[in-house]
Design a protein around this ligand. Structure first.
Ligand code: ATP
Length: 293
């Protein structure tokens, strides 16, 4: 095998709760994660040179050590020496710095791709142990599907697939620093936490009408104050008959959940012709697990 093409799937957070700030600066979270159909495609080719070259369709994506794909290759190589050079092309479709874990998804897909290409036969658990060194979301991006994520993101429990639906993503043209959002977050008695237990029950019952009103993201308490456009997009999304709308991760992407593809397409056309954001994407939950790429 001389080359491989892998897909790197984006995620949304059906719920995001922050339990506490830890002494080491990280935060303990409780999140319900969902893989969506939107994905990047990464082609990895062996070469006879000893170097790693990264190219992408996005001119502004870093091509050096700052790229998580590069970091994934380095980490893999430190543990399982590759003895080959690599030419990597990332076809980026996941909006960057959007709360959709695009970088983590690319890192996870790269680890899976290298594992196949070099026939290292690592188990999912072994890949996840490597992955956590690259970022808190990487183990989940390896696992995929519907999952509860706890600790700093490394304690993962697979869940039943979320109910079928259409998902509309709208990314406003603003950039939000994840670090800033977590620093500004105040976990006091007034803050509303998502009811994760009730959500787990709604997922078990496969009931989208029970699940959607419970969906919540504690980080909105910071971002909506600073960027009212997020609330505005949520409201427009609901006007357009979304069952609910929520910010994903630390934002700024807002996603709407629709029980009907026709309504979702109507909302898609509305946002496409509006000035809310250039990146408007219609997708669905992606439920295949790690063993299929
Ligand atoms: P999260 O949801 O995990 O907070 P995000 O969706 O907000 O992630 P990313 O798209 O992963 O953010 O990108 C965050 C930063 O990482 C960007 O500034 C980008 O330059 C850098 N980065 C490094 N490698 C990649 C990659 N392969 N794809 C996207 N961004 C990357």
């Amino acid at each position: 095998m001389n080359s491989i093409t892998v897909k790197a799937y984006a995620k949304i957070n059906l719920a995001l709760d922050v339990i506490r700030k830890r002494p080491d600066g990280y935060h303990d979270v409780s999140m319900i994660m969902q893989t969506i159909g939107l994905h990047d495609t990464i082609n990895i080719k062996k070469t006879n040179f000893q170097s790693v070259t990264i190219r992408s369709n996005l001119y502004y994506l870093p091509r050096d050590r700052r790229n998580l794909v590069y970091k994934a290759v380095e980490l893999f190589h430190q543990n399982y020496p590759l003895r080959k050079g690599l030419n990597i092309f990332i076809n980026k479709r996941i909006p960057v710095a959007a709360g959709l874990a695009g970088g983590s998804a690319d890192a996870a897909a790269t680890l899976k791709g290298l594992n196949k290409l070099f026939q290292t036969d690592l188990s999912l658990e072994e890949l996840m142990k490597l992955g956590i060194k690259l970022g808190a979301d990487v183990p989940y991006c390896l696992l995929m599907g519907t999952a509860l994520s706890e600790g700093i993101g490394e304690i993962l429990s697979p869940l039943e697939p979320m109910p079928d639906c259409s998902i509309l993503l709208v990314k406003p043209d603003i950039s939000i620093s994840t670090k800033h959002v977590y620093e500004k977050l105040r976990i006091n008695e007034d803050i509303k936490h998502p009811d994760i237990i009730a959500m787990l029950n709604a997922i078990k019952e496969n009931n989208i009408y029970k699940l959607t009103p419970l969906m919540d993201n504690i980080l909105e308490s910071v971002t909506i104050k600073e960027y009212p456009i997020i609330e505005e997009i949520k409201e427009r999304m609901k006007d357009k008959e979304a069952l609910t709308a929520l910010m994903s991760g630390s934002g700024p992407t807002v996603f709407g959940i629709f029980d009907n593809q026709h309504k979702a397409e109507k909302a898609y056309r509305y946002f496409k012709s509006s000035s809310y954001g250039k990146q408007v994407i219609l997708t669905k939950p992606y439920q295949e697990f790690h063993n299929r790429m």
